[in-house]
Design a protein around this ligand. Structure first.
Ligand SMILES: Cc1cc2nc3c(=O)[nH]c(=O)nc-3n(C[C@H](O)[C@H](O)[C@H](O)COP(=O)(O)OP(=O)(O)OC[C@H]3O[C@@H](n4cnc5c(N)ncnc54)[C@H](O)[C@@H]3O)c2cc1C
Length: 518
């Protein structure tokens, strides 16, 4: 990579442009709960993307919403809070780098509530991936429409060559190009991602591409991740969408860019935000649910559980009158992916100008990626301008041990960006967490869905099953809208549209071949 060329920036964060976007129209119904005589009251448990989306969907139809969030801040895994550097400077800490892809239609729909043109997102020009031999694959400048994106990628990739493409077992690889949910899970959920790629002859040198983009970013070892999940990711980000793999990031830390404005929006719609309040249990009553927190018990007509896996398991275990025995057993069986480390460094000098804002580095464990916050986030940039330093973030997913991990990440950073070796560390904060769902082999059929055995209780979250090609933040938002829609329909209220990339392969001939092979 040339050292003296500044990394390019794109002009604006666009909205979805794929002409094949699939829209499920908003279910019809009354426009406002005021027309019902009395407004239903709903509790939303969890203030991550899923809970905030559900609260928005309900509040916009006039439902009286109380949102309970265990932490003191909103946003869940995309939340942020104030921390301090050793010199006393206040900084916003978070789990850090998140890619807001253009095909995240339902998440973007939430964000447009307070930012109609998505001005608080900014595009990153590329998603370069560095392999163990020092070769770099990039996604910048590719055609956006499948299959031309894949062919052009193979044409210019140093690790995935046109010859590799020809060697792939075409029939075995068909599911990658013909994804349809839930059918793909029926066919591939019993195989792990690593074995699937081996079976289709996916080139060894290019495996890091598939694993980094589509597996480790699910926080899972490829031997533990369902091949169906891998295929769905491949479809969502690459072969099923013409939005491209280029993505946006917020221009300021998550609270300022996303959740503070949304709190104001929800407050204007009579949503009570109870941060710092964990829900301990639910009890089914003749009229709805008694929701118990450390502060007491409140009565609600309906509940959205939008917790992370551990929170959902705890509530279900403490609520024997809720759902059914089978449903509670399914919740108890949900698993979390292995832990991950997010490490942020405030350095006393800049990183070389030509370095990209984000670099995937996962082919040499334990470091998965390096992001340079001061290249895209306002708060970090202002700090860097003031001090002459830089803000660098390192992620390690599917980590087996925390011992020495921070040191190993720093050493790998120094190898890849040698200019950081002599930098003085003005401040460092490391987060060691394990709160992402695991999409393990064979889990799909057991995964709880938005609807539960009780029509007044719904689930939302990135670990909840919905039969659309969505993942991660977009699955959280999509299940959030779907949860709101389910409750709204029960009250005769209008719902909200839900969008996705096409829920089938884009290439008709391949779809026909795949159908013939079944
Ligand atoms: C390091 C990292 C990087 C990531 N990068 C990306 C990326 O690039 N792109 C992408 O799409 N996704 C990414 N993700 C995944 C993304 O963060 C999640 O998919 C998404 O935030 C999940 O939202 P959620 O609302 O389902 O869950 P959460 O955000 O986990 O929200 C659940 C909330 O429930 C609360 N809660 C739990 N129990 C209780 C209780 N008893 N009472 C009240 N509240 C409770 C929790 O405190 C939490 O706030 C990344 C995740 C991490 C950790």
């Amino acid at each position: 990579m040339a050292k003296d060329v500044p990394w390019p920036r794109l002009p604006a964060a666009g909205r979805g442009t794929d002409r094949r976007i699939v829209t499920r129209p908003a279910p019809a119904g009354l426009a406002d709960a005021g027309q019902l005589g009395s407004r239903p009251a709903a509790a939303v448990v969890g203030g991550g993307i899923a809970g905030l989306t559900a609260a928005t969907g309900l509040a916009e139809r006039g439902v009286t919403v109380t949102l309970f969030e265990r932490e003191d801040h909103l946003g869940g895994r995309v939340g942020g809070w104030t921390d301090r550097l050793p010199d006393g400077t206040a900084v916003t800490m978070s789990r850090g780098f998140h890619a807001f892809f253009r095909q995240y239609y339902n998440l973007r729909s939430l964000l447009t509530r307070t930012d109609p043109r998505l001005d608080r997102l900014t595009p990153l020009a590329d998603y370069p991936l560095l392999d163990a031999q020092g070769r770099t694959d990039t996604f910048a400048g590719l055609p956006r429409t499948p299959p031309w994106n894949a062919l052009a990628f193979a044409w210019r990739s140093p690790t995935f060559t046109p010859r590799d493409l020809l060697r792939i077992n075409g029939r075995g690889a068909l599911p990658l190009a013909t994804v349809s949910v839930p059918e793909t899970y029926r066919r591939l959920d019993d195989i792990d991602a690593a074995s699937f790629l081996e079976a289709i002859n996916f080139p060894e040198a290019a495996k890091h591409l598939a694993f980094e983009v589509f597996s480790r970013s699910f926080f899972a070892d490829p031997r533990e991740l369902s091949a169906a999940e891998l295929a769905t990711m491949f479809h969502l980000y690459f072969l099923g969408s013409s939005e491209g793999l280029v993505f946006d990031v917020p221009t300021e830390p998550f609270p300022q860019a996303l959740w503070d404005p949304l709190s104001g929006y929800l407050g204007d719609r009579r949503v009570t935000l109870r941060t710092g309040t964990a829900v301990a249990s639910l009890e089914r009553t003749p009229d709805g649910f008694a929701v118990t927190t450390a502060d007491g018990t409140g009565q609600f007509d309906a509940v959205v559980l939008a917790c992370d896996v551990a929170g959902l398991r705890e509530i279900a275990a403490a609520s024997p009158t809720v759902g059914s025995v089978e449903w509670r057993a399914a919740i108890a069986g949900l698993r979390t992916a292995p832990p991950f480390l997010v490490r942020r460094l405030w350095l006393d000098r800049p990183v070389a100008a030509a370095r990209p804002p984000f670099l995937g580095t996962g082919s040499v464990p334990p470091l998965d990626n390096i992001s340079l916050l001061d290249r895209y986030e306002g708060e970090a940039r202002r700090w860097a301008v003031r001090t002459g330093g830089s803000v660098v973030e390192l992620h390690a997913y599917a980590a087996t041990t925390g011992d020495r991990l921070a040191k190993a990440l720093d050493e790998r950073l120094h190898e890849i960006y040698p200019e950081t070796l002599d930098a003085r560390v003005i401040g460092s904060i490391s987060l060691w967490r394990a709160d992402c769902p695991l999409f393990g082999v064979g889990d799909f059929a057991r995964r709880p869905m938005v609807e539960t055995p009780d029509p007044a209780l719904v689930l939302a979250g990135d670990g909840v099953r919905i039969d659309l090609p969505v993942a991660l933040m977009e699955r959280a938002a999509t299940t959030g809208w779907a949860a709101a829609n389910t409750l709204l329909a029960g009250w005769g209220l209008a719902g909200h549209p839900v969008r996705s990339v096409p829920n089938r392969g884009r290439i008709g001939l391949l779809n026909r071949l795949a159908a013939g092979g079944r």
